[in-house]
Design a binder for this molecule. Structure first.
Ligand SMILES: Nc1ncnc2c1ncn2[C@@H]1O[C@H](COP(=O)(O)OP(=O)(O)O)[C@@H](O)[C@H]1O
Ligand SMILES: [Mg+2]
Length: 322
């Protein structure tokens, strides 16, 4: 279902995560056979509504969440098969930037302590070079190194997210999962942090899985876009293709929701136009799909090419009015 990059930095195939049944509720298939590649210095944006499985996908890739099936290869290493030590040493290649910069920073640690910790854990630099490396990281993310002895509460939200980014970059990773990295920030600060992430990608050759619920936001950063719905990727392609020729009705619904600046209105519009009303509970029926293929007969996955490297799933498709 995905155009293969010859030597991708990250290769994800049929990744699935099931959460076990809890108190009378059915098990949750949060991630359902997700596949994609991310090349070096490339960004794949993973976009979908809250609850679609984006965070779980990111956590499963980073081996912070057990998967129930599939394969994750980073730099050619099958992460699920590494020993504890092997996984520990791969951790410096893959890092996480989370949505809320306040809760992800320890309130009683200074910035210097926060940035020095990963350097010590992964023994990235000799002890005598830690201070210099911390100052270098501050400069890298656009903060004054003179502020290293301050605590998180002394910074603005945008500055705190810069600290979180600096901490992720301390170990010189190749791959960073950015999980809604600007959702908690005001609009002007969002643009600054997105610009920072882009310039860091260029300077350091970073690869990103950029998770967002907002298709407009990722336009500035994504090389490729994967649209996620109910644990599955329903459309994937180059950013130009997905914006220029959105082919799945759910992608169109997300795009329709984009220009509404009021988040309450936006949510209302989105839920009216798409997911809750039209998609939930849809399952493929016997017989031909919307593309005229009978998957039960062909035995192939419900995935159709609509352009070179641009594909769409026919699995979640609103049924036409009878
Ligand atoms: N630890 C967990 N235990 C049980 N269910 C979970 C857990 N984490 C997430 N889920 C469920 O998995 C689905 C996907 O969640 P999540 O990956 O957080 O979505 P997103 O990041 O797209 O908002 C949701 O239905 C959510 O309720
Ligand atoms: Mg999430």
């Amino acid at each position: 279902m995905t155009e293969s990059i010859q030597h991708p930095l990250l290769r994800v195939r049929d990744l699935s995560v099931t959460f076990p049944a809890r108190s009378g509720k059915a098990p949750v298939l949060a991630v359902d056979r997700v596949s994609f590649d991310i090349g070096r210095a490339q960004t794949l944006a993973l976009v979908g509504e809250s609850g679609s499985g984006k965070t779980t996908t990111g956590r499963a890739i980073l081996q912070l969440q057990a998967s129930s099936g599939g394969s994750v290869q980073l730099l050619g290493h099958e992460l699920g098969q590494l020993s504890r030590d092997g996984l520990r040493s791969m951790r410096r290649h893959m890092q996480f930037v989370l949505q809320n910069p306040y809760s992800s920073l320890h309130p009683r640690m200074t910035v210097a302590q926060t940035l020095a910790e990963p350097l010590r854990v992964h023994r990235c630099v000799p002890a005598e070079s830690v201070t210099a490396r911390v100052a270098e990281l501050m400069t890298l993310v656009g903060l004054d190194p003179a502020m290293v002895s301050r605590y998180p509460h002394e910074f603005s939200g945008g500055q705190r997210q810069r600290i979180v980014i600096a901490r992720a970059l301390a170990v010189s990773p190749d791959f960073v999962v950015c999980d809604e990295p600007v959702s908690a920030l005001d609009v002007s600060t969002q643009a600054q942090i997105v610009a920072l992430l882009k310039s860091l990608q260029t300077r350091l050759g970073l690869s990103y899985l950029f998770i967002a619920h907002d298709l407009a936001l990722v336009r500035q950063v994504a090389h490729r876009i994967a649209v996620m719905f109910a644990g599955q990727i329903v459309e994937m392609g180059a950013a130009d293709q997905v914006y220029g020729n959105p082919s799945h009705p759910y992608t169109r619904a997300l795009l329709d929701a984009v220009p509404v600046p009021d988040p309450v209105l936006q949510r209302k519009k989105l839920s009216e136009s798409s997911a809750d009303v039209q998609f939930h509970g849809l399952r493929p029926k016997a017989g031909p799909c919307v593309f005229g293929e009978d998957h039960a007969q062909s035995g192939t996955a419900c995935w159709h090419d609509v352009g070179a490297g641009h594909g769409v799933s026919c699995r979640f498709w609103p049924t036409p009015a009878a």
